[in-house]
Ligand binder design. Sequence first.
Ligand SMILES: [Zn+2]
Ligand SMILES: [Zn+2]
Length: 210
Amino acid sequence: MQLLKKWSIVLSGVIVILAIYFSVFFYCLTPKVALVPLGEVDSSYLFLVENTLEEYYRVKVEVMPTTPLPDYAYYPPRKRYRADKILSEYSLQHFWSHHKVMAITEKDISVTKGGFTDYGILGYAQIRGRASVISTFRCGRKVSERKKKERIAKNALHELGHAFGLQHCDGNTTCFMNDAKGKMSTIDKESMELCEDCRWQIEDIVRGNR
Ligand SMILES: [Zn+2]
Ligand SMILES: [Zn+2]
């Protein structure tokens, strides 16, 4: 009887150790994303992006403390912040314990694009880059808060898709990796889903098969 009791204690110990081991193992396998508010960002937007990315990509998102917008990224003629400068900062210097970094701001952001020196954008990321940046600024013009949040969520899904390695899904108007080319009407037509082809690609990338 005494021996049986001893063995059951040993067995319980082994089960607990294995449970901890596998929890840590799967936690380490889950890609981690640092979500960095640049300047004041409404907490409901942070919560929305955190939940959207976690549910869709099955990543772990950690909301970081608010950081001031970098002065060197400010573009006075248009009162905007340069997305490429923000990106270089977060690609190289911060949050090395996370696989990806997404900065989020309520300020307008821009890049040089086509013939435009300073072109306002919703978000910016490099394909397979570490960092991405999204802005809520253009999502809420003349629309309800519900619509604004829907656009912010799609914007975050799209930019993290790039950071994970997805290209634009040209011609597929319902896939959120479709290139909206800055048009809100195009974004509104997109769903909160990837098309089948993009879904296969992201499964492979996020789970480390390529
Ligand atoms: Zn894009
Ligand atoms: Zn697609």
